[in-house]
Write a protein that binds this ligand. Structure first.
Ligand SMILES: Nc1ncnc2c1ncn2[C@@H]1O[C@H](COP(=O)(O)OP(=O)(O)OP(=O)(O)O)[C@@H](O)[C@H]1O
Length: 298
């Protein structure tokens, strides 16, 4: 089913415009919403999840008018907020049983089967009797997926779920999400480019409450083929490079030299070599262009 957002705007009471006339269409599959801190990702996700109202704009999911029929959307929504608060000292099994009751599954037998199923999908079945409060960060996030799966959602929204996870936990989490996300619309927000690269078939870059780019990871890197150049420099050359080139990133090597990546339609000379574009480059180019647009209009 398709999620369609049109001209969505949200300004908080303190005057911050978190969503700025945003329009986008999102179809079935894994959709990555990538943006720096404060870009408006959580604001957008809370609005789609009907937890806050925008000032203006429309949102539809299939036939549902999301802003008018909030309850209709909630029936088919699975939402994992950025922070889930404090977990009670209950086992995963008992807590999921409780959530399933809240979600309207009144038959005990049905609940038992459902809870078993979501525990298995999220690889938590073996630890189902342990307190969720004592789970590791990654296990808690997988538990978050287990709870959102209870009502067989068609739209799944997960807000920065990999922040703070160690690499092994992150991998486990992404694998679970990959599995549950095949048949529905999943919107996944993150500031980690790698998450989008590994998981999403479609993506948007968000900044200042606006969509800077809506693309696919493959298309996005293809678009800048032959335009990314790299060079190893010493620390004291950095300032010059920043001044004279469209620098995207600088990463330290173990010997304290730096790997520089620049964006240029032609060979910039100066010893640069052409390199294969990465999704990071796409992200930095979009943010840089946005910065310069802002600087001009300011
Ligand atoms: N309830 C609120 N009241 C006032 N301002 C808010 C509120 N929630 C968010 N903001 C502001 O709106 C802007 C967008 O914030 P939002 O949390 O949506 O961004 P984000 O992309 O999710 O960032 P982060 O990764 O830091 O959570 C920020 O400037 C933030 O300070």
């Amino acid at each position: 089913m398709q999620l369609t957002i049109q001209n969505l705007t949200k300004t908080y009471k303190n005057g911050v415009k978190a969503i700025d006339d945003l329009s986008i269409e999102i179809g079935t599959g894994m959709f990555g919403l990538l943006g720096p801190n404060g870009a408006g990702k959580s604001s957008l996700m809370r609005t789609i999840a009907t937890l806050q109202s925008p000032d203006s704009g429309t949102i539809t999911f299939g036939d549902i008018d999301v802003l008018k029929d909030k309850m209709e959307l909630r029936k088919i929504l699975g939402y994992l907020p950025q922070s889930f608060g404090v977990y009670p000292k209950m086992s995963a099994e008992a807590l999921l049983d409780y959530f399933a009751t809240l979600k309207g599954v009144s038959s005990k037998v049905e609940r038992k089967a459902l809870v078993k199923e979501v525990l298995e999908i999220t690889n938590l079945y073996d630890v189902r009797r342990k307190n969720v409060a004592g789970y590791s960060g990654g296990m808690k996030q997988r538990f978050g997926i287990a709870q959102l799966l209870l009502n067989n959602p068609r739209l799944i929204i997960v807000d920065e779920p990999t922040a703070g996870l160690d690499p092994a936990e992150r991998n486990r989490f992404l694998n679970v999400l990959r599995e549950v996300g095949t048949n529905c619309t999943v919107i996944f927000s993150t500031h980690i480019v790698e998450d989008v690269k590994e998981l999403c078939n479609e993506m948007a870059i968000l900044n200042g409450g606006r969509i800077l780019k809506h693309t696919t990871p493959l298309e996005a890197t293809k678009e800048i083929e032959d335009q990314i150049w790299t060079k190893v420099i010493q620390r004291d050359e950095l300032e010059d490079i920043e001044k004279n080139h469209n620098m995207l990133s600088a990463n330290y090597n173990t010997d304290n030299s730096l790997n520089i990546r620049v964006y240029n339609a032609e060979n910039p000379g100066d010893g640069f070599e052409k390199t294969i574009p990465q999704l990071d480059d796409v992200y930095f180019i979009a943010l840089k262009k946005d910065e310069s647009v802002e600087a001009v209009s300011a």
